[in-house]
Design a protein around this ligand. Structure first.
Ligand code: FES
Length: 381
Protein backbone atom coordinates (compact mmCIF):
# COMPACT_ATOMS: atom_id res chain seq x y z
CA UNK A 1 0.00 0.00 0.00
CA UNK A 2 1.27 3.50 -0.73
CA UNK A 3 2.47 5.42 2.31
CA UNK A 4 0.10 8.33 2.84
CA UNK A 5 0.72 11.67 4.53
CA UNK A 6 -2.15 14.16 4.71
CA UNK A 7 -3.68 12.40 1.71
CA UNK A 8 -0.50 12.77 -0.37
CA UNK A 9 1.30 9.73 -1.73
CA UNK A 10 4.95 9.91 -0.71
CA UNK A 11 6.02 6.53 -2.03
CA UNK A 12 7.17 7.70 -5.44
CA UNK A 13 4.12 6.46 -7.28
CA UNK A 14 2.44 9.77 -6.72
CA UNK A 15 2.72 13.26 -8.09
CA UNK A 16 5.72 15.57 -8.35
CA UNK A 17 4.19 18.09 -5.98
CA UNK A 18 7.23 20.37 -6.02
CA UNK A 19 8.50 21.47 -9.40
CA UNK A 20 11.72 23.50 -9.44
CA UNK A 21 12.82 25.18 -12.65
CA UNK A 22 16.49 26.06 -12.66
CA UNK A 23 16.04 28.61 -15.43
CA UNK A 24 19.75 29.34 -15.76
CA UNK A 25 23.04 28.72 -14.00
CA UNK A 26 24.08 32.29 -14.80
CA UNK A 27 24.45 34.52 -11.73
CA UNK A 28 26.27 37.76 -10.93
CA UNK A 29 27.41 36.43 -7.55
CA UNK A 30 30.26 34.05 -6.78
CA UNK A 31 29.12 32.32 -3.59
CA UNK A 32 31.67 29.67 -2.59
CA UNK A 33 28.88 27.31 -1.41
CA UNK A 34 26.84 27.44 -4.65
CA UNK A 35 25.01 24.19 -5.35
CA UNK A 36 25.29 24.61 -9.12
CA UNK A 37 27.65 22.21 -10.89
CA UNK A 38 31.36 23.01 -10.88
CA UNK A 39 31.24 23.11 -14.68
CA UNK A 40 28.18 25.41 -14.71
CA UNK A 41 29.62 27.61 -17.47
CA UNK A 42 29.29 24.73 -19.95
CA UNK A 43 25.48 24.96 -19.76
CA UNK A 44 25.02 28.62 -20.74
CA UNK A 45 24.49 27.85 -24.44
CA UNK A 46 22.06 25.00 -23.80
CA UNK A 47 19.31 26.75 -21.81
CA UNK A 48 15.73 25.93 -22.70
CA UNK A 49 13.86 28.56 -24.70
CA UNK A 50 10.74 30.34 -23.44
CA UNK A 51 8.48 28.01 -25.43
CA UNK A 52 10.31 24.94 -24.15
CA UNK A 53 9.86 26.10 -20.54
CA UNK A 54 6.17 26.69 -21.21
CA UNK A 55 5.82 23.12 -22.41
CA UNK A 56 7.51 21.93 -19.20
CA UNK A 57 5.00 23.99 -17.22
CA UNK A 58 2.03 22.43 -19.06
CA UNK A 59 3.38 18.92 -18.67
CA UNK A 60 4.16 19.55 -15.00
CA UNK A 61 0.61 20.63 -14.26
CA UNK A 62 -0.73 17.61 -16.13
CA UNK A 63 1.42 15.46 -13.81
CA UNK A 64 -0.13 17.16 -10.77
CA UNK A 65 2.60 19.64 -9.77
CA UNK A 66 1.25 22.61 -7.82
CA UNK A 67 4.16 24.26 -6.04
CA UNK A 68 6.55 25.91 -8.47
CA UNK A 69 9.94 27.43 -7.73
CA UNK A 70 11.77 29.63 -10.25
CA UNK A 71 15.39 29.17 -9.32
CA UNK A 72 18.90 29.28 -10.74
CA UNK A 73 21.67 30.52 -10.79
CA UNK A 74 19.84 33.80 -10.61
CA UNK A 75 16.44 33.51 -12.35
CA UNK A 76 16.29 37.29 -12.86
CA UNK A 77 19.03 36.79 -15.46
CA UNK A 78 16.28 35.50 -17.76
CA UNK A 79 14.39 38.29 -19.53
CA UNK A 80 11.40 36.01 -19.95
CA UNK A 81 10.92 35.41 -16.21
CA UNK A 82 7.79 37.58 -16.00
CA UNK A 83 6.29 35.84 -19.06
CA UNK A 84 6.94 32.42 -17.52
CA UNK A 85 5.49 33.47 -14.15
CA UNK A 86 2.33 34.74 -15.85
CA UNK A 87 1.99 31.53 -17.84
CA UNK A 88 2.49 29.41 -14.72
CA UNK A 89 -0.06 31.46 -12.82
CA UNK A 90 -2.64 30.90 -15.56
CA UNK A 91 -2.00 27.16 -15.32
CA UNK A 92 -2.81 27.27 -11.60
CA UNK A 93 0.64 26.93 -9.98
CA UNK A 94 1.57 28.55 -6.67
CA UNK A 95 4.63 30.42 -7.88
CA UNK A 96 7.71 31.18 -5.82
CA UNK A 97 10.76 33.20 -6.91
CA UNK A 98 14.05 32.10 -5.36
CA UNK A 99 16.45 35.00 -5.81
CA UNK A 100 19.59 36.72 -4.57
CA UNK A 101 17.78 40.01 -5.19
CA UNK A 102 20.43 41.19 -7.64
CA UNK A 103 18.57 42.56 -10.65
CA UNK A 104 15.29 43.04 -8.81
CA UNK A 105 14.42 46.60 -9.87
CA UNK A 106 11.11 48.22 -8.98
CA UNK A 107 10.04 47.82 -12.61
CA UNK A 108 10.62 44.05 -12.50
CA UNK A 109 9.03 43.72 -9.07
CA UNK A 110 5.91 45.44 -10.35
CA UNK A 111 5.87 43.27 -13.49
CA UNK A 112 6.21 40.11 -11.42
CA UNK A 113 3.35 41.22 -9.18
CA UNK A 114 1.18 41.81 -12.24
CA UNK A 115 2.23 38.42 -13.60
CA UNK A 116 0.72 36.76 -10.52
CA UNK A 117 3.85 35.80 -8.56
CA UNK A 118 2.79 34.55 -5.13
CA UNK A 119 5.89 34.43 -2.92
CA UNK A 120 9.55 35.52 -2.90
CA UNK A 121 12.51 33.85 -1.21
CA UNK A 122 15.42 36.25 -0.85
CA UNK A 123 18.89 35.19 0.23
CA UNK A 124 20.76 37.45 2.63
CA UNK A 125 24.12 36.35 4.01
CA UNK A 126 24.46 38.72 6.95
CA UNK A 127 23.35 42.05 8.39
CA UNK A 128 26.82 43.50 7.75
CA UNK A 129 27.65 44.94 4.34
CA UNK A 130 31.32 44.08 4.49
CA UNK A 131 30.69 40.45 5.42
CA UNK A 132 27.92 39.92 2.86
CA UNK A 133 30.01 41.39 0.06
CA UNK A 134 33.01 39.32 1.02
CA UNK A 135 30.96 36.11 1.15
CA UNK A 136 29.28 36.54 -2.23
CA UNK A 137 32.33 38.01 -3.97
CA UNK A 138 30.55 41.18 -5.11
CA UNK A 139 29.15 44.46 -3.81
CA UNK A 140 25.70 43.10 -3.16
CA UNK A 141 24.55 43.95 0.36
CA UNK A 142 22.91 47.31 -0.34
CA UNK A 143 21.13 45.89 -3.39
CA UNK A 144 19.86 42.94 -1.37
CA UNK A 145 18.47 45.29 1.28
CA UNK A 146 16.72 47.29 -1.41
CA UNK A 147 15.27 44.07 -2.84
CA UNK A 148 13.98 43.13 0.63
CA UNK A 149 12.32 46.52 0.95
CA UNK A 150 10.69 46.19 -2.48
CA UNK A 151 9.40 42.68 -1.77
CA UNK A 152 7.60 43.90 1.35
CA UNK A 153 6.44 47.14 -0.31
CA UNK A 154 4.72 45.08 -2.98
CA UNK A 155 3.02 42.93 -0.36
CA UNK A 156 4.66 39.57 -1.06
CA UNK A 157 4.90 36.90 1.61
CA UNK A 158 8.64 36.62 2.06
CA UNK A 159 11.08 33.93 3.03
CA UNK A 160 14.42 35.32 4.14
CA UNK A 161 17.01 32.66 3.46
CA UNK A 162 20.37 32.88 5.17
CA UNK A 163 22.92 30.27 4.04
CA UNK A 164 24.80 29.56 7.26
CA UNK A 165 28.46 28.69 7.59
CA UNK A 166 31.33 29.41 9.94
CA UNK A 167 31.80 32.98 8.73
CA UNK A 168 28.25 34.24 9.36
CA UNK A 169 26.65 31.89 11.92
CA UNK A 170 27.35 34.34 14.74
CA UNK A 171 25.18 36.92 12.95
CA UNK A 172 21.97 34.92 13.46
CA UNK A 173 20.88 37.05 16.41
CA UNK A 174 21.19 40.28 14.40
CA UNK A 175 19.47 38.64 11.42
CA UNK A 176 16.43 37.71 13.54
CA UNK A 177 16.24 41.32 14.74
CA UNK A 178 16.48 42.64 11.19
CA UNK A 179 13.94 40.21 9.70
CA UNK A 180 11.35 40.74 12.42
CA UNK A 181 11.71 44.53 12.02
CA UNK A 182 11.11 44.17 8.28
CA UNK A 183 7.95 42.10 8.78
CA UNK A 184 9.33 38.94 7.16
CA UNK A 185 6.94 35.99 7.54
CA UNK A 186 9.53 33.21 7.39
CA UNK A 187 13.23 33.09 8.02
CA UNK A 188 15.25 30.05 7.14
CA UNK A 189 18.73 29.57 8.55
CA UNK A 190 19.93 27.11 5.96
CA UNK A 191 22.98 25.34 7.34
CA UNK A 192 25.12 24.69 4.31
CA UNK A 193 24.83 21.35 2.57
CA UNK A 194 28.22 20.17 1.38
CA UNK A 195 27.82 19.49 -2.34
CA UNK A 196 29.54 21.01 -5.36
CA UNK A 197 31.14 24.37 -4.47
CA UNK A 198 30.35 23.97 -0.76
CA UNK A 199 32.16 20.62 -0.73
CA UNK A 200 35.18 22.18 -2.42
CA UNK A 201 35.28 24.74 0.40
CA UNK A 202 33.97 22.52 3.19
CA UNK A 203 36.91 22.90 5.53
CA UNK A 204 36.66 26.67 5.41
CA UNK A 205 32.86 26.82 5.66
CA UNK A 206 32.03 24.23 8.33
CA UNK A 207 31.00 25.87 11.63
CA UNK A 208 32.21 24.45 14.91
CA UNK A 209 29.85 22.44 17.11
CA UNK A 210 30.01 25.25 19.69
CA UNK A 211 28.86 27.74 17.05
CA UNK A 212 25.99 25.48 16.01
CA UNK A 213 24.79 24.99 19.59
CA UNK A 214 25.00 28.72 20.32
CA UNK A 215 23.02 29.44 17.14
CA UNK A 216 20.36 26.92 18.12
CA UNK A 217 19.99 28.60 21.53
CA UNK A 218 19.71 32.01 19.85
CA UNK A 219 16.99 30.73 17.51
CA UNK A 220 15.05 29.22 20.40
CA UNK A 221 15.22 32.56 22.27
CA UNK A 222 13.82 34.37 19.25
CA UNK A 223 11.09 31.78 18.73
CA UNK A 224 9.93 32.40 22.29
CA UNK A 225 10.19 36.15 21.98
CA UNK A 226 8.28 36.36 18.67
CA UNK A 227 5.65 33.85 19.76
CA UNK A 228 4.87 32.65 16.23
CA UNK A 229 4.69 36.06 14.50
CA UNK A 230 7.66 35.00 12.32
CA UNK A 231 8.35 31.36 11.56
CA UNK A 232 12.02 30.47 12.07
CA UNK A 233 13.47 27.37 10.39
CA UNK A 234 16.74 26.09 11.77
CA UNK A 235 17.81 22.49 11.37
CA UNK A 236 20.99 21.17 12.97
CA UNK A 237 23.34 20.17 10.12
CA UNK A 238 23.29 16.42 9.46
CA UNK A 239 27.08 16.29 9.89
CA UNK A 240 26.51 16.99 13.60
CA UNK A 241 23.30 15.15 14.25
CA UNK A 242 24.22 11.53 13.72
CA UNK A 243 20.98 11.13 11.80
CA UNK A 244 20.68 11.52 8.03
CA UNK A 245 18.19 13.93 6.53
CA UNK A 246 15.19 12.65 4.56
CA UNK A 247 16.66 14.27 1.48
CA UNK A 248 13.98 15.50 -0.94
CA UNK A 249 11.44 13.44 1.07
CA UNK A 250 12.94 10.47 -0.73
CA UNK A 251 14.37 10.15 -4.22
CA UNK A 252 11.69 10.70 -6.87
CA UNK A 253 8.93 10.98 -4.25
CA UNK A 254 7.56 14.50 -4.57
CA UNK A 255 10.39 16.69 -5.95
CA UNK A 256 11.12 17.24 -9.62
CA UNK A 257 13.90 19.59 -10.74
CA UNK A 258 14.52 20.68 -14.31
CA UNK A 259 18.06 21.91 -15.02
CA UNK A 260 18.71 24.81 -17.44
CA UNK A 261 19.35 22.38 -20.30
CA UNK A 262 16.09 20.53 -19.65
CA UNK A 263 17.50 17.54 -17.80
CA UNK A 264 14.93 16.22 -15.30
CA UNK A 265 16.38 15.29 -11.91
CA UNK A 266 15.14 14.10 -8.50
CA UNK A 267 17.30 16.79 -6.85
CA UNK A 268 19.56 19.65 -7.88
CA UNK A 269 22.74 17.70 -7.20
CA UNK A 270 21.91 14.39 -8.89
CA UNK A 271 24.19 14.99 -11.87
CA UNK A 272 27.18 14.60 -9.57
CA UNK A 273 26.46 10.84 -9.46
CA UNK A 274 28.21 9.06 -12.33
CA UNK A 275 26.71 6.08 -14.11
CA UNK A 276 23.14 7.41 -14.14
CA UNK A 277 21.40 8.33 -17.35
CA UNK A 278 20.23 11.95 -17.44
CA UNK A 279 17.57 12.73 -20.00
CA UNK A 280 16.09 16.01 -21.11
CA UNK A 281 12.56 17.24 -21.60
CA UNK A 282 13.79 18.06 -25.10
CA UNK A 283 13.84 14.35 -25.87
CA UNK A 284 11.27 12.72 -23.59
CA UNK A 285 7.83 13.61 -22.19
CA UNK A 286 7.93 14.76 -18.58
CA UNK A 287 5.45 12.07 -17.62
CA UNK A 288 7.83 9.34 -18.86
CA UNK A 289 10.80 10.97 -17.15
CA UNK A 290 8.96 11.08 -13.81
CA UNK A 291 7.18 7.74 -13.88
CA UNK A 292 9.33 5.48 -16.04
CA UNK A 293 12.89 6.74 -16.44
CA UNK A 294 15.62 4.56 -14.89
CA UNK A 295 16.99 7.69 -13.17
CA UNK A 296 13.86 8.36 -11.10
CA UNK A 297 13.23 4.68 -10.40
CA UNK A 298 16.80 3.96 -9.31
CA UNK A 299 16.45 4.94 -5.63
CA UNK A 300 12.68 5.41 -5.41
CA UNK A 301 10.87 3.84 -2.48
CA UNK A 302 12.45 1.46 0.03
CA UNK A 303 13.13 -1.78 -1.87
CA UNK A 304 16.63 -0.80 -3.04
CA UNK A 305 17.90 0.09 0.46
CA UNK A 306 21.16 -1.55 1.60
CA UNK A 307 21.94 -2.72 5.11
CA UNK A 308 21.90 -1.31 7.72
CA UNK A 309 19.01 0.78 6.29
CA UNK A 310 16.80 -2.07 5.08
CA UNK A 311 16.40 -3.49 8.59
CA UNK A 312 16.34 -0.07 10.32
CA UNK A 313 13.22 1.17 12.07
CA UNK A 314 13.95 4.72 10.80
CA UNK A 315 13.93 3.83 7.12
CA UNK A 316 10.47 5.25 6.42
CA UNK A 317 11.55 8.53 8.00
CA UNK A 318 14.93 9.10 6.34
CA UNK A 319 15.02 6.71 3.33
CA UNK A 320 18.71 6.04 4.04
CA UNK A 321 19.55 9.74 3.75
CA UNK A 322 20.96 11.59 0.77
CA UNK A 323 22.09 9.71 -2.36
CA UNK A 324 24.34 12.52 -3.55
CA UNK A 325 26.08 12.83 -0.19
CA UNK A 326 26.51 9.05 -0.07
CA UNK A 327 28.27 9.19 -3.44
CA UNK A 328 30.37 12.28 -2.73
CA UNK A 329 31.69 10.92 0.57
CA UNK A 330 31.90 7.17 -0.11
CA UNK A 331 32.08 6.91 -3.90
CA UNK A 332 28.87 4.84 -4.07
CA UNK A 333 25.42 6.45 -4.13
CA UNK A 334 23.83 3.17 -2.99
CA UNK A 335 25.55 3.33 0.38
CA UNK A 336 23.90 4.52 3.56
CA UNK A 337 24.42 8.25 3.92
CA UNK A 338 27.56 8.61 6.12
CA UNK A 339 25.71 11.27 8.15
CA UNK A 340 23.98 8.31 9.82
CA UNK A 341 25.76 7.06 12.95
CA UNK A 342 24.93 3.49 11.87
CA UNK A 343 26.73 3.88 8.54
CA UNK A 344 30.03 1.99 8.28
CA UNK A 345 31.36 5.20 6.70
CA UNK A 346 30.23 7.52 9.51
CA UNK A 347 33.85 8.22 10.43
CA UNK A 348 34.13 10.30 7.23
CA UNK A 349 31.63 12.78 8.64
CA UNK A 350 33.13 12.71 12.12
CA UNK A 351 36.53 13.49 10.69
CA UNK A 352 35.10 16.41 8.72
CA UNK A 353 33.68 18.08 11.83
CA UNK A 354 36.86 17.51 13.74
CA UNK A 355 35.36 15.27 16.42
CA UNK A 356 37.88 12.54 15.66
CA UNK A 357 41.50 13.37 16.37
CA UNK A 358 43.96 11.89 13.90
CA UNK A 359 47.37 12.80 12.63
CA UNK A 360 47.22 15.25 9.77
CA UNK A 361 46.71 13.40 6.53
CA UNK A 362 47.52 15.00 3.21
CA UNK A 363 45.20 14.09 0.43
CA UNK A 364 44.75 14.87 -3.22
CA UNK A 365 42.05 17.48 -3.78
CA UNK A 366 38.67 16.06 -4.78
CA UNK A 367 38.56 18.45 -7.69
CA UNK A 368 41.29 19.90 -9.82
CA UNK A 369 41.45 23.13 -7.84
CA UNK A 370 42.23 22.92 -4.12
CA UNK A 371 39.72 24.55 -1.81
CA UNK A 372 41.90 27.48 -0.81
CA UNK A 373 42.71 28.15 -4.46
CA UNK A 374 39.01 28.26 -5.30
CA UNK A 375 38.27 30.67 -2.47
CA UNK A 376 41.05 32.92 -3.65
CA UNK A 377 39.96 32.67 -7.26
CA UNK A 378 36.46 33.86 -6.32
CA UNK A 379 37.77 36.98 -4.68
CA UNK A 380 40.20 37.78 -7.45
CA UNK A 381 38.22 37.49 -10.67
FE1 FES B 1 20.60 14.57 -4.22
FE2 FES B 1 20.20 14.54 -1.55
S1 FES B 1 20.97 16.17 -2.79
S2 FES B 1 19.58 13.07 -3.04
Amino acid sequence: MPKESKGISLDGNGQPLWLTLELTYRCPLKCPWCNNPLDFKDYAQRELSTEEWKRVLREGRALGALQLGFSGGEPLQRDDLEELVAYADQLGYYTNLITSGIGLSEERMSALKNAGLKQVQLSLQSTKAELTDELVGARAHARKLEAARLIKAYGFPMVMNMPVGRQNIDDIDAMCEFASGLGVEYIEFANLQYYNWALVNRDELMPTLEQVRAAEATVNRWREKLDGSMTIYFVIPDYYEGRPKACMNGWGAIHLTIAPDGVAMPCQEARTIPGLEFESVRDKPLSWLWHESPLFRKYRGLDWLPEPCSSCSEKEKDFGGCRCQAFLLTGDASNTDPACSRSPHHHLVQEAVGSVTRPLRFRKPLYKRASSAVSTAFMED
